[in-house]
Design a protein around this ligand. Structure first.
Ligand code: SF4
Length: 83
């Protein structure tokens, strides 16, 4: 079972894995559906997003210039390619 804490929720939203208005409760099922069912994959996904949210994709000012995920990130595209 995938825990969706504030970091996993925030990073998932910025990357575009879930919509901006999706609650943490709803995100659980949406994210879990994207992952393989084995416990190791779920754990690795959670741990990876948690650490990324704590160290790089922080709440107030994400450190996008140091991030390896810019090519995959909706938030980054939004700030570098405004509509
Ligand atoms: S590019 Fe920026 S907003 Fe996107 S995941 Fe990386 S740190 Fe977060």
């Amino acid at each position: 079972m995938l825990p969706v804490d504030v970091h996993v929720h925030r990073v998932s939203g910025r990357l575009g894995l879930i919509g901006h208005k999706v609650s943490a409760d709803a995100a659980h099922n949406l994210l879990q559906a994207l992952l393989p069912e084995d416990a190791r994959s779920i754990y690795d996904f959670h741990k990876g997003l948690l650490r990324h949210g704590q160290r790089t994709c922080v709440y107030e000012h994400p450190h996008c210039s140091k991030c390896l995920l810019t090519d995959l990130c909706d938030y980054y595209k939004g700030i570098t390619q405004p509509a």
